[in-house]
Design a protein around this ligand. Structure first.
Ligand SMILES: [Zn+2]
Length: 109
């Protein structure tokens, strides 16, 4: 039986196969409960990371590859910081009503 890691939302019981993801994950449902601007920012980091990955694979120029990897690392750092300071606190700070927005979405409000 392979090891599994849980969604970062402590109230969520979903788990993922450890080898498919990094050390921390969020499930689709919990991600959808985040405010739109938070989701947008998170996606934009990933988009930029994938862009640098693609571009660095297309060029044969070692110097450019090094620069692109540095830029990618910078975005990756910002993604990590956003995850730790915005996404995780959203689920771990007890004063915020958990999943209220997704509940309101579900009932059509
Ligand atoms: Zn979850």
């Amino acid at each position: 039986m392979s090891e599994r890691i849980a969604c970062i939302n402590p109230h969520c019981r979903r788990t993922f196969k450890a080898e498919e993801h990094s050390s921390e994950v969020i499930c689709r449902k919990c991600f959808r409960s985040l405010p739109e601007h938070v989701r947008k920012e998170h996606r934009s980091y990933w988009r930029e990371i994938r862009m640098w990955d693609r571009r660095s694979k297309r060029t044969g120029d070692e110097l450019r590859i090094t620069k692109m990897i540095a830029l990618r690392d910078r975005v990756s750092f910002r993604l990590g910081r956003h995850w730790d300071t915005v996404i995780k606190p959203f689920f771990t700070q007890p004063e915020k009503p958990m999943g209220l927005e997704s509940f309101l979405e579900d009932v059509g409000l």
